[in-house]
Design a protein around this ligand. Structure first.
Ligand code: ADP
Ligand code: ZN
Length: 296
């Protein structure tokens, strides 16, 4: 049985075919054009492929409330043509199969909980630190929705005392995303993150912000694992700095051995690597079919 998977990101859309065990056997990627262009490429890719269901992991914000008249649409985005676009509706018209739909980061959390770093655990939190910062929450074996969906990239950290950068979130200025996303690093230091050496002060500042976010998440949700992905986390030296910063802030208060003794195995990169989102979309498709690998 094959599941169609779509990972729709701000810069590119990835389409893939996955198996029930989460293996990706075919894929294509193209830039996130306007919706009509994207739909044409999506239809061309899946046409005549024997998919039993589709899973869609989308950039947000999106409408996830099945009772809402605009369920399945992208809500407020500056991306040309996408604001208000009925993504699930367009897919339904093209493909008569069950469709699973969630945020890219919720999907990645589900993928990791199904086949990745949190496999077998009842909970995990997935952060992506890239063009933006997004947070997916899997708790009690379900993806967490709510009024809309978690938006943990926009919480406010305490500022680093040497940080004079005003922050670039269009809504909040110096929220976490405004201070610690890839573009924030680039504007603060006038250089791309990938070009800054490991001993550059940028990374101590970055770890200052991310460690606060992760410590807050551990206190608020008590997840079984915290997974940090996205382009910025390719700087693997950030992991020990963030772990140390989390342990120092929690200061022994969260008395579980996962945090106190095995934090190296608690705050980790995605087990599925760059496939976390696409595998998550496969898991969403399996859930839409019913009897999937986990309940979303
Ligand atoms: P997106 O968030 O658009 O889906 P990414 O997760 O790749 O894509 O994030 C892109 C951001 O991550 C850019 O701001 C880029 O500068 C930054 N980035 C990508 N690779 C690295 C790297 N190796 N080191 C530091 N920053 C990186
Ligand atoms: Zn913000």
């Amino acid at each position: 049985m094959y599941i169609g998977a779509i990972e729709a990101g701000g810069t590119k859309i990835v389409c893939g075919i996955g198996t029930a065990s989460g293996e990706i056997i075919d894929r294509i990627a193209f830039p996130t054009d306007r919706p009509d262009g994207a739909m044409a490429r999506i239809e061309a890719f899946f046409k005549e492929k024997p998919i039993a269901a589709l899973g869609v992991a989308s950039f947000g914000p999106i409408d996830l409330d099945p009772a809402s008249p605009t369920y399945g649409s992208v809500t407020t985005t500056p991306k040309p043509g996408w604001s208000g676009f009925d993504f699930v509706g367009a897919l339904r018209r093209a493909f008569p199969v069950p469709i699973g739909w969630d945020t890219d980061v919720n999907a990645a959390a589900l993928g990791e909980a199904t086949w990745g770093a949190a496999a077998g655990l009842a909970s995990c939190v997935y952060y992506t630190v890239g063009t933006g910062i997004g947070v997916g929450v899997y708790a009690e074996r379900r993806l967490v929705h709510g009024l809309v969906h978690p938006e943990g990239g926009h919480v406010w950290p305490r500022r680093h005392e040497q940080d004079r950068y005003e922050g670039n979130c269009p809504y909040h200025g110096d929220c976490l995303e405004g201070l610690a996303s890839g573009p924030a690093i680039e504007r603060r230091w006038q250089a791309k993150g990938s070009e800054l050496p490991a001993d550059h002060p940028a990374w101590e500042m970055e770890a200052h912000y991310l460690a606060q976010a992760v410590a807050g998440t551990v206190l608020l949700l008590s997840p079984g694992k915290v997974i940090l992905g996205g382009g910025v986390m390719k700087q693997s030296h950030l992991f020990p700095m963030i772990r140390e910063g989390v342990a120092r802030r929690l200061n022994g208060y969260v008395s579980h051995e996962a945090v106190r003794e095995r934090i190296d195995a608690y705050i980790v990169p995605p087990g599925l690597g760059d496939n976390a989102g696409l595998c998550g979309a496969v898991a969403l498709g399996l859930n839409a079919l019913g009897g999937g690998p986990a309940n979303a």
